[in-house]
Design a protein around this ligand. Structure first.
Ligand code: COA
Length: 159
């Protein structure tokens, strides 16, 4: 069984991330979305809420799992018995960081392969930070996030 681990902060998950996941399910038998606590990024949504949002979005998709994690992604991959790390590349500007991450992970875990997928061009400018900023200013988000996330952001900034 071909399994892939898709780690990230997902604060929140965007249509760009969802685009990557929808491509990955055609390539792998199981895709595990691994949500990092990423405390240094001081996320808007607590880990439990990010897990819940993503579980709701992919509910019914038996080959997509959602888990939270703290610590190193290489340790998580070992624990989960996965040797493919999936990451998205939106633009050339992502490359340097991803290259560094992939090589650091390889240095720590030589058998772990990083695989990169690109989202549709219309999502290449999208980021969770911009989504949070638009939400905080009451902007329209339906082209950028799933309705479940849109509602969560609306609640967060209106209540
Ligand atoms: N569509 C839209 N946005 C995307 C995207 C896509 N397809 N792919 C990436 N992004 C954006 C995210 O929205 C995020 O935006 P933001 O910075 O504005 O919030 C940004 O790209 C990067 O986010 P993400 O993909 O979630 O990665 P990250 O840098 O937050 O997290 C981890 C990277 C969690 C995988 C990495 O830090 C990690 O592995 N942490 C665990 C600890 C560890 O092992 N450290 C050692 C690593 S060598």
């Amino acid at each position: 069984m071909k399994k892939a681990l898709y780690p990230g902060t997902f604060d929140p998950i965007t249509l760009g991330h969802i685009d990557i996941i929808s491509r990955a399910v055609h390539l792998f038998d199981e895709v595990t979305i691994a949500i990092a606590t990423s405390e240094t990024k001081t996320p808007l949504f607590p880990l439990e809420e990010r897990i819940r949002q993503i579980e709701l979005i992919f509910q019914g998709n038996k080959n997509i799992r959602t888990i939270g994690f703290t610590g190193l992604v290489v340790d998580l991959a070992k624990k989960e018995g996965v040797n493919i790390l999936l990451r998205g590349l939106r633009a050339v500007s992502d490359f340097e960081y991803e290259f560094q991450l992939a090589n650091m992970n390889r240095a720590m875990s030589p058998d772990l392969e990083s695989v990169f997928l690109t989202p549709k061009a219309k999502f290449s400018f999208l980021s969770s930070t911009l989504v949070r900023e638009i939400a905080s200013m009451g902007g329209k988000l339906s082209s950028f996030v799933d309705p479940i996330v849109e509602e969560a952001l609306r609640k967060r900034f209106q209540d």
